[in-house]
Design a protein around this ligand. Structure first.
Ligand SMILES: Nc1ncnc2c1ncn2[C@@H]1O[C@H](COP(=O)(O)OP(=O)(O)OP(=O)(O)O)[C@@H](O)[C@H]1O
Length: 92
């Protein structure tokens, strides 16, 4: 979560520097919210799994791996959005 928050601050900094507005700023907000929401659900699921299955169990592993996968998908999508929004500007 700390890494995601630092990345979000960096993205907002770039948005401010390059004066993003309108639909681009909206997409940035939604993208950041998606990553943070996925991470919060992942953390909540980890807590529940650790509470009910502290010992190794294949279903506990499956649940944690799927939740982590959801965060990974959101993070990869966020990288894509970041590339679309800032790629040209940063490469200039
Ligand atoms: N009770 C369990 N039974 C089976 N496998 C587990 C169990 N707990 C964790 N694992 C496996 O170990 C991996 C790491 O578990 P952990 O709870 O540390 O999650 P994490 O994704 O590393 O957490 P964090 O988000 O804090 O970095 C899980 O993705 C899962 O594959």
């Amino acid at each position: 979560m700390k890494v995601h928050l630092v990345a979000a601050c960096g993205a907002f900094g770039l948005a401010w520097q390059y004066e993003l507005h309108g639909i681009e700023l909206g997409v940035l907000f939604l993208t950041i919210a998606g990553v943070l929401t996925a991470e919060l659900f992942n953390t909540a699921l980890e807590a529940v799994v650790d509470r009910i299955s502290p010992e190794f169990h294949p279903l506990a592993k499956l649940a944690k791996d799927i939740a982590a996968g959801a965060v990974l998908i959101q993070a990869i999508a966020a990288l894509g959005v970041g590339y679309v929004l800032f790629g040209d500007k940063l490469l200039k």
